[in-house]
Design a protein around this ligand. Structure first.
Ligand SMILES: [Ca+2]
Length: 597
């Protein structure tokens, strides 16, 4: 029997929503009456309807994030990869052209989940502890996650996929910073940052480590992590409807596609066979032209320098195969997103669900598994080649490791990527294609490292179809947006801890053709630094000096104006330094503090 009694939290949340509506009504300020004429704000084209038009109740919110993908990979951002489901969300929603992440997995997740810059949230670098509160490698007690904030407003909260914001991954270690202890009602996914798609290490349901073979709740014919994420996300949304039909939900779906290793099912790779034989430059030029034509970038910007010469690639079949598998990984994810959307449609909930889809950093130039000597180290290290027991956890993030049926995992240019016994990255030159038209990669804070698509789809809240928003935004805005549209409260105190004030700005005004007011956006990762204020960006690649770019004239960062405009350099540098001091950024490489005597 369905339990109809509302919890105290729900009742309080409902009261707050009613209070807020009555307040708005009393002021005669229906959000509609605040609407500007279309195009009134040059930053955001075409949105003409209020964010709350036609809404009944607060929306469900789904944040979908993928891993290690470039600005122009998906179809609706100029890519040749088949992503019909994301394209459909874009066609029915709003695409941001200048949305930013932090250039790396852990800091992006920390900033997204908390609405703070990553250093403020305790993840100044990755999950190592450098001895400072801003570099604990663990979410701090001074921040709340979106789940913790929305739970207070009566939301069901679910997480599926990659967590990667805690240093504690031991089976019996502390779990204070695992999803269930940070506000999520249910969790299916991985605690750490990478692994085999056929046997992900730290695979977990709620607080318990599991394997692809011993999970009674998910028994697919073939285990493939991307499918597992999609299916479990759709399952949580289905269960939520069944058990809590009167409450909205928040779901955070963090795919590991298309992070290395290049792992995809053969039937999906087959579709791309021979598709990348024309080499890097051909696809970069195609993407460059399409992104211009689609209005995602200015026609005046020049294309960033080409990495890699296809004519000089020795093993073209292998090199092309790396990108074929990458494309298959992205398409598998897109198909899974289609299954999540189908579940919302089945419930009649798509209309009042805000879906935000983005990427955690730019295309990845790391050379994982690409050396011709990797197998010398990998294969011989696997002495025990017996199959693993169903309950036996995969201990390895990367090789040396074995498959569940006991085969050593291999790499290098003699091994075609895709199957479970391979572990290979797609390399710098394809990452350069992924990041078209921008410079640099994951790790760096030039535009190629930090630029991500952001699709916002919410029929009841965003009435324009297929428009572009050119206002800059950053991950820290996701929490602010969630709190705003959910009529939740970002707390000043939580669990007895004082909470650092929210850094981000709600994106909801952009849904309504209004300006998102902010002073500046900041980046620091591994000594790579940047600040963006209006059209100006000051950026430095560690250990180099400052470069200054006019992002309206030159977002591909090819014309350094630092010498021509030293005054602007000084102004932005002062802003950056004040921010770095305020957020606890340490000089790179971070040196552990001296012990107190
Ligand atoms: Ca990543």
């Amino acid at each position: 029997m369905e339990v109809k009694t509302k919890t105290m939290e729900e009742t309080a949340a409902t009261k707050k929503i009613i209070d807020r509506r009555q307040f708005i009504k009393a002021l005669g300020l229906g959000v509609a009456s605040l609407g500007l004429a279309p195009g009134a704000m040059p930053g955001c084209l075409g949105a003409s309807q209020p964010a709350t038009a036609g809404r009944k109740g607060n929306p469900n919110i789904i944040v979908i994030m993928s891993d290690d993908m470039g600005f122009s990979d998906i179809g609706c951002y100029g890519g040749e990869i088949h992503t019909p489901n994301l394209d459909k969300l874009a066609a029915g929603g709003l695409r941001f052209t200048q949305f930013y992440n932090t250039a790396r997995c852990c800091p992006t997740r920390a900033a997204l989940l908390t609405g703070l810059y990553q250093h403020q949230a305790g993840i100044g670098h990755m999950t190592g502890d450098s001895g400072y509160d801003s570099y604990r490698g663990d979410l701090g007690g001074n921040c709340v996650t979106i789940a913790e904030a929305l739970k207070q407003a009566g939301y069901g909260t679910y997480m599926v996929g990659k967590w990667h914001v805690t240093k504690h991954t031991a089976k019996d270690g502390p779990k204070d910073n695992w999803p269930l202890q940070r506000g999520f009602d249910k969790f299916y996914g991985t605690i750490t940052g990478a692994g085999s798609f056929y046997d992900p290490t730290t695979l977990c349901r709620d607080n318990t480590y599991i394997t692809p073979e011993n999970d009674p709740e998910y028994k697919p014919e073939i285990f493939y992590y991307t499918d597992a994420i999609s299916d479990n996300a759709a399952g949580f949304i289905k269960d939520h409807r069944q058990h809590s039909p009167d409450r909205p939900f928040f779901a955070y779906v963090a795919y590991t596609a298309a992070h290395w290793p290049m792992h995809a099912l053969e039937k999906d790779i087959a579709k791309y066979k021979g598709k990348y034989g024309k080499g890097y430059e051909y696809y970069r030029l195609q993407r460059f032209e399409r992104t211009k034509k689609m209005g995602l970038i200015s026609k005046d910007w020049r294309l960033s320098p080409q990495a890699g010469d296809w004519d000089e690639v020795k093993n073209k079949e292998w090199e092309a195969r790396c990108m074929e598998v990458y494309a298959a990984m992205v398409e598998s994810m897109d198909r899974g997103i289609g299954r999540i959307v189908a579940e919302l449609k089945r419930q009649g909930a798509l209309d009042n669900t805000l879906i935000l889809s983005l990427q955690d950093n730019g295309g990845c130039a790391e050379g994982m598994g690409r050396g011709s000597d990797v197998n010398d180290k990998w294969i011989g290290a696997i002495k025990d080649r017996t199959p693993m027991f169903p309950d036996e956890l995969q201990p390895q993030i990367w090789p040396p490791m074995k498959t569940r049926d006991g085969r050593p995992v291999r790499g290098g240019p003699d091994v075609m990527p895709g199957p479970a016994d391979t572990y290979i990255g797609y390399g710098r030159n394809w990452a350069n294609v992924s990041n078209t038209p921008f410079r640099e990669y994951k790790h760096w804070v030039h535009e190629g490292g930090i630029s991500t698509p952001l699709i916002a789809h919410w029929p009841a809240g965003i009435k324009t179809r297929g428009k572009l928003c050119h206002q800059p935004g950053h991950l820290i805005d996701i929490m602010a947006t969630c709190v705003d549209v959910a009529a939740a409260k970002y707390p000043a105190e939580y669990n007895g801890n004082k909470i650092t004030p929210l850094e981000g700005r709600s994106l909801a005004p952009a849904f309504n053709n209004k300006l998102i007011e902010r002073e500046a956006i900041y980046w620091e990762h591994e000594g790579n630094r940047a600040v963006r204020k209006g059209k100006w960006k000051l950026v430095s690649k560690h250990p180099g000096g400052w470069e200054l770019y006019d992002m309206e004239a030159d977002r591909t960062e090819l014309n350094n104006l630092a010498d021509a405009n030293p005054q602007k350099v000084e102004e932005l540098k002062a802003l950056y330094e004040a921010w770095a001091e305020r957020c606890g950024v340490q000089p790179w490489p971070v040196k552990k503090p001296k012990p107190q005597s």
